[in-house]
Design a protein around this ligand. Structure first.
Ligand SMILES: *Cc1c(COP(=O)(O)O)cnc(C)c1O
Length: 441
């Protein structure tokens, strides 16, 4: 958005606008992108160029090339800071680290550049980002229409936390647009969906969700953790606010917990005071780690997709495997939506092994490369079973109704070479086939 648009946007809230009211453009507080203090602002086209350079500073004192870690809780107050407090733009100055810190600004600017967003706020977890963003746009008694395929923490927010605030949620099939529209009530304020769901990797047709939201004047919030900005630019599709768990692909090294909310400055400025109240700000050292991890986001996503796609194809052709879910496979129910919307199909592959959950457990123990752990998006492959981890709270019948069949394996493919992963899966699948045979003999 250019500065002219922003001025017009500000003016609209004072309407009817008197064309003679030139004082409007004299307002001290203009909505700029950011906040930012970087010294390298470019209009880079490539995601990797943004990932490496956006948000970085040439440190004037030392010339350090790496982004310094500003491990401080507070900042000296001078005239400029007092003015910012007095005139209502404290988000644009350093005052206290929960309000803002150069390490946060650096990584926020990198994330915003990657997402094509005007502004971003980093949080101490993905859940902090989600809770803060959702509650920002819900008034007393408000209602949200959300996907029935949700991250567990978000499901709990909608089902357990919102009712305690007198708010409510309706969960609907993300592919059933009539059901989504039918669930909208007079007090609905938000449509909330995950771009790619877990574990079935449903790819949500976001332009259709946006179209429904526009007609009903609702905000759209999308959790794009699985898609990443490399896979999908949600804001370009008309989404109001994008949230991510940065603990996953964005950081990419399974060594920190963080989250981010991104969007137009006008909306992110509304999230900011809620972040101050709820307190989920991100520590400067974690900001540094996230900023460092992000530098390789684009090349990591290419490697994740390459190995995941090769492994998915291999598993689909394997006699011990019943079914594979991966958006790039023509057998995936959302293959067409994925081809239209995704420029990277993520590194997650879900598959159903023959022999049910017992065979799946044996497979996990026979695998040597993927580590048994929950979470995803790290450089190392991780594997887990929904039945005893992410969906353990449901009965087997409920899981089957959700499409999670016995024997379902959740695999986050790392950046290891596809040939090594394939060889490991081949030996593990052969081992469980042999055990089954010797049991039957
Ligand atoms: C992990 C995850 C979250 C929660 O993020 P945390 O960083 O663990 O708080 C939210 N949404 C999705 C899709 C996730 O995978």
């Amino acid at each position: 958005m250019n500065d002219d648009n922003m001025k017009r946007g500000d003016a609209r809230s004072f309407s009817p606008v008197d064309p003679e009211a030139t004082w409007l453009s004299d307002l001290k507080r203009k909505r700029m992108a950011g906040p930012s203090f970087s010294t390298k602002q470019g209009s880079w086209q490539g995601a990797s160029t943004c990932a490496v350079h956006a948000g970085t500073t040439d440190d004037p004192r030392t010339g350090a090339v790496g982004t310094p870690i500003y491990q401080t809780s507070t900042f000296l107050l001078n005239e400029d800071q007092y003015d910012s407090i007095h005139d209502g733009y404290p988000r644009d100055r350093f005052i206290y680290t929960r309000y803002g810190n150069p390490s946060q600004w650096a990584v926020q600017e990198k994330l915003a550049a990657l997402e094509g967003a005007e502004s971003a706020i980093v949080f101490s977890s993905g859940m902090a980002a989600i809770t803060t963003a959702v509650l920002t746009f819900m008034d007393k008694g408000a209602h949200v229409v959300a996907s029935n395929e949700l991250y567990g923490g978000t499901y709990n927010l909608f089902n357990q936390e919102l009712p305690t605030f007198g708010m409510s949620a309706s969960l609907v099939d993300p592919r059933d647009f009539e059901a989504i529209e039918a669930a909208i009530q007079p007090h609905t304020q938000i449509l909330y969906f995950e771009a790619i769901t877990n574990p079935l990797l449903t790819v949500v047709d976001i332009p259709r969700i946006v179209e429904i939201a526009r007609r009903h004047k609702l905000r759209v919030i999308i959790d794009a953790t699985f898609a990443t900005p490399i896979g999908m630019k949600c804001l370009d599709l008309g989404v109001d606010v994008v949230v991510h768990s940065a603990s996953k692909y964005l950081n990419g090294h399974s060594d920190l917990i963080a989250g981010v909310a991104l969007g137009p400055r006008k909306l992110i400025d509304q999230i900011w005071p809620r972040m101050l109240s709820y307190g989920g700000s991100l520590d400067p050292h974690a900001c540094f780690l996230l900023e460092r991890g992000l530098k390789t986001l684009a090349i990591r996503m290419r490697a994740h997709q390459e190995s995941a796609h090769a492994l998915a194809q291999h598993l689909e052709a394997h006699g011990q495997v019943e079914r594979v879910f991966y958006p790039l496979l023509p057998s995936h129910p959302d293959h067409e939506v994925a081809a239209r919307l995704l420029s990277n199909a993520t590194g997650n592959v879900t598959f159903v092994v023959k022999g049910g959950d017992e065979a799946a457990l044996a497979l996990l123990n026979a695998l040597q490369l993927p580590k048994q752990a929950t979470s995803l998006g790290g450089v190392e492959s991780l594997v887990s079973l929904p039945f005893n981890s992410s969906q353990a709270g449901f009965t087997q019948k409920q899981r089957i109704d959700m499409g999670i069949l016995p024997g379902t394996v959740r695999l986050s493919v790392g950046i290891e070479d596809a040939a090594d992963l394939i060889a490991d899966f081949d030996q593990a699948l052969a081992m469980i086939a042999n055990t089954k045979e010797s049991k039957n003999a």
